[in-house]
Design a protein around this ligand. Structure first.
Ligand code: AMP
Length: 365
């Protein structure tokens, strides 16, 4: 079978979701002479930079189909797009990455089962549906452990840390009695992620591996290069490539991992996957010739992938909530790239923008 032809400049990429990721995807598309049409249930940062926008419910499948008619290919910027929405779009136009990637990233239990089924290590886990299930899971996994909702958890939301048996009381109530999993606590040295891009023909490229730090469960910084030994890094890339291939993925896939140390039998363990561009790859906008956003667009449009090497070391820091009030000072800071997402209200915990600082490239990646 011959690969489909790349979409020529002037074509339109449809994006489901209007957050900052959609905004940066749309901006990257415009650099290649491609247009974007955003579909979302409310206006958002991506609306400001797109050629066309539709406000519609994700459950309004006729509207979704009408949107798909106006574009050449569809992608999504968040993993909680309802499956039926993607299927409705897919009946009209190709959706990349497809629905399969959503199957494995919307539900933590299904995700962990899939990842371990392909031979990739994850934190020990057990499903939890009720108090008895929590007690049973805790007796196997012990403490400390983390109770997480299976669905719709992000940035540390929908999670409760359990340090002893007494913490189990009321823990399910704190996550709204939603179906959950219990995860054994991984004693990691630090957290990393792999941003892998896979083209329409299966070509796979990686960005360098950032070290990620969190505050209150939200990504705070991503810094490249991470101090991860060569063997562990090679394993991390191999894992990401394996996951992408098993999902028959097209576009950028983020695989978040824990680094356990050189002495560990498995130096890296997967935390979760995101079938999309990712916050821990925002540094690629400033430290690479072609960013994660452009490479995602290239992949979904069937273009050749762009270079992923970093030309500089980089530290990306998120601007969360009121951090953005500092914008004038940040804008005046030498050697700092300021990215603001155009959100009106700086609510606590809300990602308002990010800044990146560069330094001459150290070790080769
Ligand atoms: P998540 O939303 O699952 O990515 O979790 C948010 C953060 O909680 C992660 O980035 C880790 O810092 C921490 N975390 C999550 N799961 C575990 C685990 N099983 N063991 C240790 N830390 C964890």
């Amino acid at each position: 079978m011959t690969a489909p032809k790349p979409l020529p400049p002037g074509s339109t990429i449809g994006i489901l979701g209007s957050g900052q990721l959609g905004r940066m995807l749309a901006t990257a598309a415009s650099r290649l002479g491609l247009k974007t049409h955003i579909y979302c249930d409310s206006s958002g940062p991506a609306f400001d930079v797109a050629a066309a926008r539709t406000v519609g419910a994700f459950t309004d499948l006729e509207r979704v189909a009408a949107f798909a008619e106006t574009v050449d290919v569809v992608t999504y910027e968040f993993e909680n797009v309802p499956k039926a929405t993607v299927e409705a779009a897919e009946r009209i136009r190709p959706v990349r990455p497809g629905v399969r990637a959503l199957d494995f990233s919307q539900d933590r239990l299904v995700e962990k089962q899939f990842i371990s089924s392909i031979g990739v290590p994850v934190a020990p886990f057990a499903p939890v549906d009720d108090e008895a299930g929590l007690a049973a899971a805790a007796s196997v996994l012990g403490f400390p452990s983390i109770l997480k909702t299976r669905r719709l958890g992000y940035d540390g939301k929908g999670q409760v840390r359990l340090t002893c048996g007494g913490d189990c009381t009321g823990a399910l109530g704190r996550i709204g009695h939603a179906p959950a999993i219990l995860e054994g606590f991984v004693a990691f040295q630090f957290e990393v992620s792999v941003l892998v891009v896979r083209g329409l023909g299966g070509e796979t490229r990686f960005y360098d591996v950032p070290l990620n730090t969190h505050r209150d469960g939200i990504l705070h910084t991503s810094a490249v290069p991470a101090p991860i030994p060569t063997r562990a890094k090679a394993r991390a890339l191999e894992i990401a490539s394996h996951v992408a291939q098993k999902l028959d993925f097209v576009g950028v896939l983020a695989v978040e991992m824990f680094y356990l140390g050189e002495g560990a039998a498995e130096p890296v363990v997967v935390n979760e996957i995101a079938p999309r561009v990712h916050n821990s790859g925002h540094w690629t906008l400033d430290a690479c010739l072609v960013s994660q956003f452009e490479n995602h667009i290239r992949a979904v449009a069937g273009w050749p992938l762009g270079p992923t090497e970093r030309h500089s070391d980089a530290i990306m820091t998120n601007l969360i909530g009121a951090d953005v009030d500092n914008w004038q000072k940040l804008a005046a800071t030498p050697k700092l790239a300021l990215h603001l997402y155009g959100k009106n209200e700086a609510r606590p915990g809300r990602k308002m923008g990010h800044v990146t600082t560069l330094a001459p490239k150290s070790a080769s990646s």
